[in-house]
Design a protein around this ligand. Structure first.
Ligand code: AMP
Ligand code: MG
Length: 352
């Protein structure tokens, strides 16, 4: 299958392209599209054959459920059997936007889309291209991130093409995404609301609307005792091919430890890399480090979230074998960044 890439600007959405994308979805095909978080791989959420294609294209385990994307709040009643007042409050505060809610599923949502669960994940994205696409496609788009399972989620259309070339007919290229990490997931089916995956909407922001919000205890742990409640959080994710270690501590000490370790790796002819920040960039020694990459500024957690997956992908593109990354506080959006970095590193961490 030939994969076409069509550019769409947020300001000037081409109806013809949306109609074509809508036709493909109704015919059971898959279309990749931009959202404000990362690129999604979309299929008709109510068509079991489309969901099966999504799992196949990604190489995703079929017990890992998909998020259903809608383009009008009212459509939540079409796919959920109960919508508690908390969902309305969260929607008012954060929809359209990077928040996914877990609710009891309606009968018409096939188990193939929800990984066999009787709950469903729902999101109403804010990206204008995503909204136009969902509407043109009938209103219910099942979409995981548009990467092959185990790779970082795509933040640029070129990474979607890298992973999906020949597997899907159309990629809608909306340029670089704004947020860069996947949506926050909150479960509203238990006794208390519970955060299952950290994202741009932080636990603090959710608490301001709902009061107390629990947190899945397995989220940030290296050796969790329980099973994560979001099935996707069980799998190893986002791992570069090289060996990635997170280093925490005072900036100058972190840099001197990394320079030393890279020196040792270099002596063994291994290709080395560092993921740092604008502030610390001058502290690293080009003589022993093949690739020094800035993830953004410590002054802006948003900048780190936006660049994180791109730099992780570049590690593989450049064939880096030994990689060190600086650590961040897990306050606010830092929790989402550290959750992804810890997974990428397989929880290999050093404190200096
Ligand atoms: P992705 O589409 O790649 O952002 O992954 C979707 C995430 O949502 C995965 O971690 C899923 O396990 C999680 N998810 C989807 N549906 C449910 C559900 N009904 N209950 C809990 N987690 C879910
Ligand atoms: Mg994903």
């Amino acid at each position: 299958m030939e994969t076409r890439v069509v550019f769409q600007s947020e300001q000037n959405i081409d109806r013809n392209v949306m109609e074509e994308a809508g036709r493909l979805i109704r015919a059971g095909e898959l279309v990749a599209f931009p959202t404000e978080t990362v690129y999604g791989l979309g299929g008709d959420a109510l068509n079991t054959a489309s969901s099966a294609k999504i799992y196949q294209a990604k190489g995703r385990p079929s017990d890992n459920p998909l998020i259903i994307h809608i383009c009008r709040f009212e459509d939540i009643y079409e796919i959920c059997s109960q919508v508690p007042p908390q969902a309305g409050k969260l929607a008012q505060a954060f929809w359209p936007g990077p928040l996914t809610m877990i609710l009891p599923k309606a009968d018409r949502v096939p188990g193939e889309t929800t990984g066999g669960l009787d709950t469903v994940a729902v999101r109403f994205p804010s990206h204008p291209v995503a909204r136009a696409f969902i509407e043109a496609a009938g209103g219910f788009i099942a979409a995981p991130s548009a990467n092959v399972s185990g790779k970082p989620s795509p933040t640029l259309a070129k990474y979607v093409l890298e992973d999906m070339n020949g597997k899907i007919p159309l990629i809608i290229d909306g340029g670089a995404v704004g947020i860069g990490v996947e949506s926050t997931i909150i479960d509203l089916t238990g006794r208390e609301p519970e955060l299952l995956r950290p994202g741009y909407i932080t636990r603090e922001m959710l608490s301001e609307v709902l009061g107390r919000v629990e947190q899945d205890q397995t989220m940030m742990e290296a050796h969790p005792t329980g099973r994560p409640k979001a099935p996707g959080m069980r799998y190893r994710h986002y791992a570069p091919k090289g060996e990635l270690t997170l280093v925490s501590g005072e900036a100058a000490r972190v840099a001197s430890y990394i320079n030393e370790q890279c020196g040792l790796a270099k002596a063994e002819h291994r290709k080395t890399g560092v993921l740092c920040t604008q502030e610390s960039l001058p502290l690293y020694q080009a003589s022993v480090i093949d690739s020094v990459k800035s993830m953004g500024s410590r002054e802006s957690q948003e900048s780190i979230a936006r660049e994180l997956y791109r730099v992780l992908r570049e590690c593989d593109d450049e064939g880096l074998e030994v990689i060190f990354a600086e650590s961040f506080s897990d306050e606010g959006l830092g929790q989402a960044v550290m959750n992804r970095l810890l997974k990428a590193a397989g929880h290999r961490t050093v404190e200096v």
